[in-house]
Design a protein around this ligand. Structure first.
Ligand code: SF4
Ligand code: SF4
Ligand code: SF4
Ligand code: SF4
Length: 159
């Protein structure tokens, strides 16, 4: 069953634990710069944006990837990057309206949220429940749009 990450910006306290656990899970080191979730503090209004993949229904990142490294897994609907196929062209980074994928300077490939293979560590460790992993079909389309639109509005203001 397809699942998706939902972020509630109003619950986020900016503790950045999600960044730490994500980086530890994926790199073995607590290095937030290599985390696949980025918590951005918007100074002007003093709130935090935990940025991760929205698993878009129409995913620009997969559409523009020249090698199909970035693709939607047909079995579970997760948008993931096959690191062996990634040539590091960064096109998906430019295409993503949520500013999510990032270039890993050390490995010279682009990385994104991989949903921790179905067991999201950011969700497990977020005491505030600011991130959650829910059945996609239980999330009403209107709710998805509301969350996406809110995020896009915020990103426009941050950029
Ligand atoms: S762990 Fe939760 S509350 Fe803390 S920064 Fe991440 S999303 Fe926000
Ligand atoms: S990486 Fe960006 S464009 Fe691709 S599915 Fe995630 S949020 Fe959507
Ligand atoms: S950086 Fe990698 S995943 Fe992104 S578009 Fe280029 S080849 Fe595809
Ligand atoms: S689901 Fe996993 S990979 Fe994605 S942001 Fe959360 S901890 Fe990182």
């Amino acid at each position: 069953m397809e699942k998706m990450l939902i972020v509630d910006y109003e619950k986020c306290t900016g503790c950045r634990l999600c960044e730490l656990v994500c980086s530890v899970f994926h790199t073995g080191a607590s290095n937030p710069s290599r985390s696949r979730i980025r918590v951005i503090k918007w100074e002007n209004v003093g709130f935090y944006l935990p940025m991760t993949c929205q698993n878009c229904e129409t995913s620009f990142c997969t559409e523009v990837c020249p090698t199909k490294a970035c693709h939607k897994d047909p079995e579970n609907g997760r948008v993931v990057i096959d690191q062996d196929k990634c040539i590091g062209c960064k096109t998906c980074i430019i295409a993503c309206p949520f500013g999510h994928p990032f270039f890993d300077i050390k490995e010279r490939v682009t990385k994104k949220c991989d949903y921790c293979d179905g067991d999201p560590q950011c969700v497990s460790f977020c005491d505030m429940k600011a991130v959650d992993y829910v059945d996609a079909d239980k999330v009403q389309m209107a709710k998805k749009r509301e969350v996406a639109n809110k995020f896009v509005d915020l990103m426009k203001q941050v950029r």
